[in-house]
Each structure stands twice: as structure tokens, then as C-alpha cells.
Design a protein around this ligand. Structure first.
Ligand code: 5GP
Length: 184
């Protein structure tokens, strides 16, 4: 088996990254999902293990201890990926925003960056409102998406438009399969 892959899945809020990653993990047992830390409050109905939810003090202590592979401040909260410790020869998947993705690429140029786009702004807005984000947050995320999509398109190794979950998952699997074959 070749070197484990570092797979970064990025994209604006409401692109459906989480759903796509869930689908992928159901069929790819070799992938280890990194669990991020955040200072954001847990949303109603969000699983308790969606993140390691911490306060700013705990987050800053982990920064000081060099405990993050990357971290950023996004819409007023900290988010960071702990230095990964997957089991042997598991590929690592990070679901993170673009600033963090750039930090990982700098440290690991061989990491694969997949950028997920929503099918349309209307659908993205519908998804964001549907998960219970307050309306001003939704507006902010939609504004941010405009810049993210320009940068993401430039940096990504693969851009996936998430209009059909089955097709998008297949596209992602094919890409990962090809990357694995190339590393052997
Ligand atoms: P949300 O608040 O919607 O869960 O996440 C906001 C954004 O932060 C999303 O784009 C998500 O992918 C990103 N994010 C989640 N965890 C991390 C992380 O550990 N590092 C970075 N840089 N971004 C993250």
C-alpha cells in the first residue's frame, strides 16, 4: 500500500460538504475523519461529537502547545484540526475552510484539495436556513461564498458541484481511487 493520503474537503457553508463526506465514509473504511475543535456554540440538533466544543481559553492553550495542524478564525469563532493521529495507513480526511486548507497544503503539498460547490445560491441559502442558522449568519455566509468560490476554484485539485449526491460521491471516490493508484 502507498503512503496515506491527506484529503481536504472544503467549500462554502451550505455546499453539502458534510453530507458528501458522510456518504464517502460509509463506503470507504480506509479513511479516518479528523474531528475539529471549535469555539462555536453547538447548534440545536447538532450531534455532540460534531466537533470538540471548547471555550477560547482551551483553544488558545492548544495553539500555544502546537497542537493544531492548522487553525483559523471564521466568522468570529476559532476552528482547528488537531495534529492527526490516525491508525496506520489510514487516509486522513479534513473538512475545513479554505484558509486552513492553504495552511495544510503549505505543510503537505501532496495533500489533495477538493472544493465542493453548491448547485446554486438559492439552494445554498435553503440548506443554510434549513439547518437553523440565524438569518444574519446565513447572509454573511452567502457573501463569503462569493470570494471562497473564486479562490477555491483556483487552488483546488478537484471542484465538485454538489447537485446530485450520488454522482458527487462517485466523482469523489474516483478521484481518491486515482490518487491512491498514482501513489503506489
Ligand atoms: P460550521 O460552523 O458551519 O460548522 O463551519 C464553518 C466552516 O468552518 C466550514 O467551512 C467548515 O468546513 C470549517 N471548519 C470546520 N472545522 C474546521 C477546522 O478544523 N479548520 C478550519 N480551518 N476550518 C474548519
Amino acid at each position: 500500500m502507498g503512503e496515506p493520503l491527506i484529503i481536504i474537503v472544503s467549500g462554502p457553508g451550505g455546499a453539502g460538504k458534510g453530507t458528501l463526506v458522510d456518504e464517502l465514509l460509509q463506503v470507504e473504511s480506509r479513511i479516518w475523519l479528523s474531528r475539529s475543535w471549535t469555539t462555536r456554540a453547538r447548534r440545536d440538533g447538532e450531534p455532540e461529537d460534531a466537533y470538540v466544543f471548547v471555550d477560547r481559553e482551551a483553544f488558545e492553550a492548544k495553539i500555544a502547545a502546537d497542537g493544531f495542524l492548522e487553525w483559523t478564525e471564521f466568522l468570529g469563532n476559532y476552528y482547528g484540526s488537531p495534529v492527526p493521529s490516525p491508525d496506520d495507513d489510514h487516509d486522513v480526511l479534513l473538512e475545513i475552510e479554505l484558509h486552513g486548507a492553504q495552511q495544510v497544503k503549505k505543510r503537505h503539498p501532496e495533500a489533495l484539495l477538493i472544493f465542493v460547490m453548491p448547485p446554486s445560491r438559492e439552494e445554498q441559502q435553503r440548506r443554510l436556513l434549513g439547518r437553523g442558522d440565524p438569518e444574519h449568519h446565513v447572509a454573511e455566509r452567502l457573501r463569503k461564498a462569493e470570494d471562497e468560490e473564486v479562490l477555491g476554484g483556483r487552488l483546488a485539485d478537484l471542484v465538485i458541484v454538489n447537485d446530485d449526491l450520488g454522482r458527487a460521491t462517485a466523482e469523489l471516490r474516483d478521484f481518491i481511487g486515482a490518487a491512491r493508484a498514482a501513489r503506489r
